[in-house]
Design a protein around this ligand. Structure first.
Ligand code: AMP
Length: 235
């Protein structure tokens, strides 16, 4: 049965980086609500302005707006075989919505929590740079680009997200704790929650996540080789 992989963890846990690796391994599209909402925020509409204000302040966008955004995206053709969720769900209401979408689509939900100590999260977020073209993530301290301000992969300009400032970071991390605690408990109760250590080299974290969602797949990672496991329902 096709599957939905939910990547959970606070901002800075490396969900974006790991989602890309998982997408390659399992041939699944990434549905990242933060990115989708940043696109909405660029529009000069009432919705665009509202989302922009929420994001800049590190506040959650309403469940109602998320419902529209996520339902539309996950009904697209490329999501038929499953998808990786980054940044969604963040509340119990959103989790309930996801259950009904998954039920309609015949998908099973696997939830992985990426664990990183708070101090390390602050360091990562404060130095984070994102490529405007491909979304690749750099860090001024731990993973600088070869040419300052320019993406190594496609030459795109690197920018600091509007919500990667100290005040918004502290707010987002506190909000994450507050909002997702019940959500984590909810998933833990239904035995769908796997927790992996998110510290160390990205490739090691990727192997841990792949093993959590599909035991044994980290040895065959890359080039969609784990797809067979997904399709025969072992994920
Ligand atoms: P992210 O890129 O996941 O850190 O998300 C950036 C911002 O987008 C968040 O601080 C929220 O303002 C908004 N956002 C992303 N996903 C959600 C969600 N599932 N529910 C509510 N707001 C969201």
């Amino acid at each position: 049965m096709p599957s939905i992989i939910v990547l959970m963890g606070p901002q800075g846990a490396g969900k974006g980086t790991q989602a890309k690796r998982l997408a390659e391994s399992f041939c699944l599209p990434i549905v990242a609500t933060g990115d989708m909402l940043r696109d909405v925020a660029r529009e000069e509409t009432d919705l665009g302005r509202l989302v922009r204000a929420n994001q800049a302040a590190g506040q959650l966008v309403s469940d109602e707006i998320l419902a529209g955004v996520i339902s539309e995206r996950t009904s697209k053709q490329d999501c038929l075989g499953g998808y990786i969720l980054d940044g969604f769900p963040r509340t119990i209401t959103q989790a309930t919505l996801l259950e009904s979408i998954a039920l309609d689509q015949g998908h099973r939900i696997s939830v992985v929590k990426v664990d990183v100590p708070t101090e390390l999260l602050h360091q990562r977020l404060a130095g984070r740079l994102t490529c405007a073209k491909c979304g690749a993530i750099y860090n001024v301290n731990s993973k600088p680009s070869l040419r300052e301000g320019v993406c190594d992969l496609d030459g795109g300009l690197l920018y600091t997200r509007s919500d990667d400032n100290e005040t918004a970071i502290a707010h987002r991390l506190a909000l994450y704790e507050e909002n997702t605690k019940p959500l984590l408990e909810y998933y833990a109760r239904s035995s769908r929650l796997r927790t992996v250590d998110g510290t160390g080299a990205p490739e090691d974290v990727a192997a841990r996540i792949a093993d959590a969602v599909s035991p044994g797949s980290s040895t065959v990672i890359g080039g969609c080789t784990a797809q067979a496991k997904l399709e025969d329902g072992r994920l």
